[in-house]
Design a protein around this ligand. Structure first.
Ligand code: SIN
Ligand code: FE2
Length: 202
């Protein structure tokens, strides 16, 4: 018997059409002209992460040796992040079930060999607002557990166009990306997987 999903985890496989996915990739490519992907570093150790990042929104989530933070400007260019595209705000309205709009949209780019360790999204003051996450490009092995790091986990193979919502109890659960499956999609021109994560911060 399979374990029950964490309460509040909503998985919408194949939610976005191919045309919608391509449009989102175009919007990301436009965004990164003014806010290029930068190399995040782990707090304290300063180790580079395998995932590279950028953001849309009034606030961007930034990971540097000095720590994690939400910042209105890009850590390298010092310029504000581009606004969250209307298409993403519309998607949020459609699926989030939350009155406020997201202030941040993290853009993660997983290239061959990239992974994201188990973590809880915990840098937001708006602790109960859902997190809406969009998968684009190569498939990924996504894992979500419970509120303790050692709780049992469930895995999902996420595909391009899938939408995952962490609301309710799931909002506080450990989750991560164990691996991506290279060349399983043609949506990202340079390959790999782009994940867009919208969050209410304050
Ligand atoms: C994240 O939890 O920050 C990203 C999840 C994903 O890439 O699907
Ligand atoms: Fe996360």
């Amino acid at each position: 018997m399979s374990k029950p999903l964490p309460e509040g985890l909503v998985y919408l496989p194949g939610f976005l059409s191919r045309a919608q996915q391509e449009n989102l990739i175009d919007l990301v490519r436009t965004g990164i002209k003014s806010a290029p992907f930068y190399q995040p570093r782990m707090p304290r150790t300063g180790q580079p992460t395998s995932v590279i990042m950028s953001n849309f929104g009034q606030l961007g989530w930034v990971s540097q040796q000095s720590g994690y933070r939400y910042d209105p400007v890009h850590p390298v260019t010092g310029k504000p992040w581009p606004p969250i595209p209307q298409e993403l705000l519309n998607l949020w309205k459609e699926v989030a079930g939350w009155p406020a709009s997201p202030q941040a949209c993290l853009i993660n780019w997983y290239r061959v060999g990239s992974r994201l360790g188990l973590h809880v999204d915990a840098d937001e003051d708006a602790k109960s607002a859902p997190v809406v996450s969009v998968s684009l490009g190569d498939k990924a092995l996504y894992r979500i557990g419970g509120i303790n790091r050692n709780d049992p986990t469930r895995s999902f193979k996420l595909s391009s166009g899938d939408v995952m919502i962490l609301s309710g109890g799931a909002r506080h659960c450990y989750h991560g990306v164990d691996r991506i499956y290279p060349r399983t999609s043609t949506i990202v021109p340079k390959g790999g997987r782009i994940n867009l994560t919208m969050r209410v911060v304050r």
